[in-house]
Design a protein around this ligand. Structure first.
Ligand code: MRU
Length: 364
């Protein structure tokens, strides 16, 4: 996506051998490029959510492995670097997928050949992510256009989204936002309800920033407003991303997604999930088997913000004596999902639907 006319991805190799990312912990107030020079910095970037979003976590892990292999490309070095990266965050399956893909490409090579091959494989993985998300956008665009066709000319399709499944969560385009960007770019009027997405505020901090930069009309709403808006007929469709979708179509995504799906179901609002195929975990059927990341209660108890002087600070929200729980993801059962929007097309959130689009992976 372009920022002030300059095209950016969320991660790229620098000329001097480092990897550069956009530090997402500073958004929306600061736009800073952060350099990753080794395995530990890459692992920290994922853990601390300087990069986040399932596809981008996978891409960062791939480049993290490339950085690690430059120092130690032995079998033991490869295995240990992959284990370090895998341990950073448990829920998004793209992390596991990317590392398995890298290992499969690198393990058969002689150690001396591995570092160069790792950089090439990480770059290919990133390019594929961009192409996949663009294709998701094309398929999702048709859904938005169908809704637009039922409206008076110029009246926007009102789309609710949760968390950030935007270009900042991927290498480019985003998953849930790709159809939104494609529609907007084509002149189809859209208006986005952006859930703030407590406690990390990915909607308020990241999705709102992205949409604003791209000129897409949007409003940030508190997490509890979605049901009310749907009851009043103010939401035409919901579209979200996912960190792991099971073989039968259960969807694990940012905490609060399930409540939006319930409200959508109760109000007859279509609920779509946009996903690249690396987010499908064919080894898991039941969404409740997916490990749910439990993050620090501090993220609930404290709210980050800016001082008048423009410095980052945080303010305490809760009584100091009240502990907080912070499950980061929840599971939306497939029965609440209208359809999955993938790079190969739109399918029902069922085993047959998914296997129909990805027969080679379902059979593997
Ligand atoms: O904790 P995060 O910010 O990494 O969670 C991100 C999400 O839940 C996204 O919706 C998901 O990764 C899909 S991104 C295309």
């Amino acid at each position: 996506m372009k920022i002030d006319g300059v095209p950016y991805r969320t991660i790229w190799p620098a000329a001097d051998g480092a990897v550069e990312i956009l530090d997402q912990t500073l958004f929306p107030h600061r736009f800073e490029i952060l350099r990753l020079t080794g395995l530990d910095e890459a692992a920290h970037a994922i853990r601390a959510m300087q990069v986040r979003g399932a596809p981008l976590i996978g891409a960062t892990a791939a480049y993290g492995l490339a950085l690690a292999l430059r120092k130690d490309a032995s079998d033991a070095g490869l295995a240990s670097a992959a284990a370090t990266l895998l341990a950073t965050r448990p829920t998004a399956v793209n992390l596991h997928w990317a590392l398995e893909r890298m290992k499969a490409a690198l393990a058969p090579l002689a150690p001396a050949e591995r570092a160069d091959a790792a950089w090439a494989e990480a770059a290919a993985l990133c390019d594929e992510d961009v192409a996949i998300n663009a294709a998701i956008g094309d398929h999702g665009l048709k859904i938005v256009e169908e809704l637009a066709a039922k409206k008076a000319p110029g009246e926007p399709v009102r789309i609710l989204t949760h968390c950030n499944a935007g270009w900042l969560a991927t290498v480019d385009w985003g998953t849930a936002t790709a159809p939104i960007y494609k529609a907007h770019d084509k002149g189809v009027p859209v208006e986005v309800w952006v859930d703030e997405t407590r406690p990390r505020n990915q909607g308020a901090f990241l999705t709102a920033w992205e949409l604003g930069r791209h000129g897409v009309p949007h409003k940030v709403i508190v997490d509890n407003a979605g049901g009310h808006l749907m009851q009043r007929g103010l939401v035409d469709m919901v579209i979200v991303g996912t960190d792991r979708t099971t073989a039968r179509g259960d969807v694990c995504n940012k905490i609060g997604t399930y409540l939006k799906a319930l409200a959508a179901h109760d109000n007859g609002v279509p609920f779509y999930v946009a996903l690249p195929s690396p987010t499908i975990d064919f080894t898991v059927d039941d969404g409740f088997e997916i490990p749910i990341e439990e993050r620090s209660g501090d993220e609930v108890s404290w709210l980050p913000g800016l001082t008048d002087a423009g410095d980052y600070t945080r303010v305490r929200l809760t009584p100091e004596t009240s502990p907080a729980a912070n499950p980061a993801f929840d599971v939306t059962p497939a029965r609440l999902v209208t359809a999955l929007v993938t790079e190969r097309g739109v399918c029902p959130a069922t085993r047959e639907g998914i296997a129909g689009l990805f027969p080679e992976r379902a059979a593997a």
